[in-house]
Design a protein around this ligand. Sequence first.
Ligand code: SF4
Length: 301
Amino acid sequence: MNPSEQRAAGEAAGDDDRSCATIVVARWAGYCYGVERALRIAEEAGVALAPPIYTLGPLIHNPSVVERLARRGIAAIDDLDQVARGTVIVRTHGVDPEVVAAAQARGLAVIDATCPFVNVAHQKAEVLREQGYIPVILGERDHPEVVGLLAWAGPKAVVVEDADELRLRDMRGKRVGVVVQTTQTRDNLARLVSRLAPAARETLVFNTICDATGKRQAAAQQLARSVDVVIVVGGRNSANTTRLTSLCRVIQPRTWHIETAAELEGAWLAGARRVGVTAGASTPEDEIDAAVARIRELVGQ
Ligand code: SF4
């Protein structure tokens, strides 16, 4: 359990009953292993290496963290064409291997901060391609992790965002393999497999949803069942944070997604006796703490 998880567990266990509103932080919330690792790699590079240092895309999907890195001289770029020299850090979501080759061909040093769980998904996608399956990737088409997965899965791969998108007529009688964006929900995977398996001749499923995602989703759902309002903290461009929001909202319609504590509105908390707080895997501990502190202010604790 990382420090934010220990803090979250402690808050959850010791609900604060000093006023009419209790604030409960999800059992699992905030930075995951892959994000902590990527930040450590970037910070160590910032100390050890000569500038310029860049990340290819934002290192993680949290604007304030990306700004902090930029202030330390580690700027996010969108395209290799923007740099002529220096070091490029590949972010947690991974990239098409051709991008790494292109960076090296330009003489750039490359540091790979791809999350090991995303690397596993890459390997599984490659297995599907090499063994002649039609790879089906369950994930958000434009998400950088899925773009990278597609490159590993090869030209026959198809991406579906949910089970209903799957064109069964293209799968009938075929050998079809499934690999999953690490932040997808298990329910989405179950729906896809139950639709696909009766149609395909053979179905090989790699469940590459990462444990951190599953734990945060389960904890957020448990939280949503026990509170009157849910506050989800994290970047709006963070897939796992927005998924936490939608999962919670199904259970508790009074669910709000904020990037920073300053966005919290007192009206959202009106009449709530229990307020739940959860956060995506790219949300730093200080932003969770700031949200909790602001909720305390708004409910008059
Ligand atoms: S959510 Fe999972 S796959 Fe994504 S960076 Fe974190 S540990 Fe890695």
